[in-house]
Design a protein around this ligand. Structure first.
Ligand SMILES: *[C@@H]1O[C@H](CO)[C@@H](O)[C@H](O)[C@H]1NC(C)=O
Ligand SMILES: *[C@@H]1O[C@H](CO)[C@@H](O)[C@H](O)[C@H]1NC(C)=O
Ligand SMILES: *[C@@H]1O[C@H](CO)[C@@H](O)[C@H](O)[C@H]1NC(C)=O
Ligand SMILES: *[C@@H]1O[C@H](CO)[C@@H](O)[C@H](O)[C@H]1NC(C)=O
Ligand SMILES: *[C@@H]1O[C@H](CO)[C@@H](O)[C@H](O)[C@H]1NC(C)=O
Length: 508
């Protein structure tokens, strides 16, 4: 039961943002390295960077500094119709730190909530200056560190995948492309985007009633989305969302209001939020996963014969692996700590929710998108549609807290009012760092959390085969139930059984 605007930041800079390129401000992508890991070869560093989404950018006349869009209104002279508007307007470069509160250092990215007139931001991971980094995570693992100790109720520090084009949809009418953060889409079919498919989204554009910087056009842009992390220090969820197709939507297809069950995408998703799933003491300040400090989030997209069957979650804090919490909900039986189709079906029934996830293909459909490749988005936002109550509070806010699935976190049902959070929590921020992806087990083993104190080394029945000969590098997998590779480790290390599924080359 996620609100219509679940992943759309409706808060944009007043002087925002075409799809041509302006020359007033130079565009320099802040660098943030990431790592690609393999079971046999360890991790190698990628020279990645981040780019600000086009919707936050200054959009002005191609020939002057006259705004094409001010507040939530288009300039009628420059933008009398979509084609003319697209021709007349240009997206400009961004002052990441000064205007948007976005900074990077080494492998870390910090997003500040309010900076001057700007509220929230959304960036994408780039492979180089012109293309997004494509992540193909089917039967792979993704990990990152998060510090959200300074992120309170009503806010969302999100890290997720959307099935966007790697060049940002570069075309004859979109000459800006990924370098300027174009081509966004997600499973909420956002209609607040000023350009979709290289055309201005100005037909019937309506300013938001509560957000002076945002509005919505007739068209939305839908695609598969995997929310690896939506969280603040009080609650966290991971949620696959699938669509029956990707692309531009209009009318019923966009799934607004009563059309929600009939839209192209599954806006609700199949979420695993530990608090909602019955463990209210698992994640939070001072709890098992202590959100007053940094920790590592590991997500494993386990596939059998090329089909996604399970999305597992592990945490690492203070050098120890922490298994995800188990469900404690009548109707989810046996208790589980990961997302499978069985879990999704049982959860939707137990909570009385419409199962839009399974009717659009469920985990298999999510796996196909992960296999094709998706773009990594990182954002900080507040929620004009539903106060983030679906994440950290009681939702629907008027429902009985004793109804299954209604309580999602400890925040009050008034804590997420955007007016309040923007005024009182403007200095909040989130820091994401140490992004790694690769074979299942490989990012986790690269952290070195494999000592005997570890309660749960990665279990991995679908581990890909390693090289059949040669001496395996330190931390490599060297055995396990379905392991067919070498069992010989480089000198100075010993192949050590960690559990029936996983043996590893551990330093002597
Ligand atoms: C920009 O300048 C070009 C070349 O002078 C002209 O053709 C075009 O109409 C101008 N566009 C706007 C929006 O002023
Ligand atoms: C950028 O990355 C893309 C995708 O990996 C690649 O096709 C392209 O050639 C690269 N461009 C440059 C300038 O390196
Ligand atoms: C714009 O609004 C008018 C009047 O409500 C409607 O007839 C038309 O279909 C809308 N256009 C689009 C593209 O939705
Ligand atoms: C909650 O509010 C909605 C919208 O006003 C209403 O339709 C619904 O019946 C209310 N539910 C309860 C349990 O009061
Ligand atoms: C964590 O999960 C693994 C694999 O399911 C299991 O072997 C281990 O006992 C669990 N650890 C704890 C502390 O529950």
């Amino acid at each position: 039961m996620f609100p219509a605007a679940a992943l759309i930041s409706l808060c944009l800079l007043a002087v925002a943002s075409a799809q041509q390129v302006g020359t007033q401000v130079a565009e320099n992508h802040p660098t943030m390295s990431s790592q690609k890991c393999t079971t046999s070869g360890g991790c190698s560093t990628l020279s990645t960077s981040v780019v600000l989404d086009g919707n936050w950018r200054w959009l002005h006349s191609v020939n002057s500094t006259t705004n094409c869009y001010t507040g939530n209104t288009w300039d009628a002279t420059l933008c009398p119709d979509p084609t003319t508007c697209t021709k007349n307007c240009a997206l400009d470069g961004a002052d990441y730190g000064g205007t948007y509160g976005i900074s990077t250092s080494g492998n870390a990215l910090t997003l500040k909530f309010v900076t001057g007139a700007n509220i929230g931001s959304r960036v994408y991971l780039m492979a180089n200056s012109t293309n997004y980094q494509m992540l193909q995570l089917l039967n792979q693992e993704f990990s990152f560190d998060v510090d959200m100790s300074n992120l309170g109720c009503g806010l969302n520090g999100a890290l997720y995948l959307s099935e966007m084009p790697s060049d940002g949809g570069l075309s004859a009418t979109n000459t800006a492309g990924a370098k300027y953060g174009t081509g966004y889409c997600d499973s909420q079919c956002p209609q607040d985007l000023k350009f979709i498919g290289g055309v201005a989204n100005i037909v019937n554009w309506t300013g938001s009633a509560t957000d002076s910087n945002s509005g919505a056009g007739s068209f939305g842009t839908c695609c598969n989305e995997m929310d690896i992390w939506e969280a603040n220090k009080n609650a966290a969820a991971y949620t696959p969302h699938v669509c029956s197709s990707n692309g531009k939507c209009s009318g019923t297809q966009c799934g607004n209001g009563a059309d929600r069950p009939n839209g192209i995408c599954d806006k609700d998703g199949c979420d695993f939020n530990s608090y909602r799933m019955g463990d209210q003491t698992f994640l939070g300040p001072g709890l098992t996963v202590d959100t007053s400090k940094k920790f590592t989030v590991v997500t494993q997209f386990v596939a059998a014969s090329g089909t996604l069957t399970e999305i597992r979650r592990l945490y690492v804090q203070n050098g120890k692996v922490i298994n995800n919490s188990n469900t404690n909900i009548a109707g989810i039986s046996p208790a589980v700590n990961s997302i499978t189709d069985t879990f999704c079906n049982q959860q939707k029934t137990a909570f009385g929710d419409t199962n839009s996830f399974e009717t659009r293909g469920g985990l298999a459909a999510m796996g196909q998108a992960l296999g094709r490749g998706m773009v990594l988005a990182l954002s900080i936002w507040d929620d004009h549609a539903a106060g983030m109550y679906w994440l950290d509070s009681t939702y629907p806010t008027n429902a009985s807290t004793s109804s299954p699935g209604v309580t999602r976190g400890p925040c009050s049902t008034t804590s997420g009012d955007p007016k309040t959070v923007e005024a009182s929590e403007g200095s909040n921020s989130v820091t994401f760092s140490n992004i790694k992806f690769g074979d299942i087990g490989s990012t986790l083993s690269s952290t070195g959390v494999v000592s005997s104190t570890s309660s749960s080394p990665p279990t991995n029945p679908t581990q890909p085969s390693g090289p059949s000969g040669g001496n395996l590098a330190v931390w490599s997998q060297c055995g396990g139930q379905e392991w067919t590779g070498s069992g010989t480790c480089v000198s100075g290390t010993t192949c050590t059984v960690l559990n029936p599924f996983y043996s590893q080359c551990i330093p002597n």
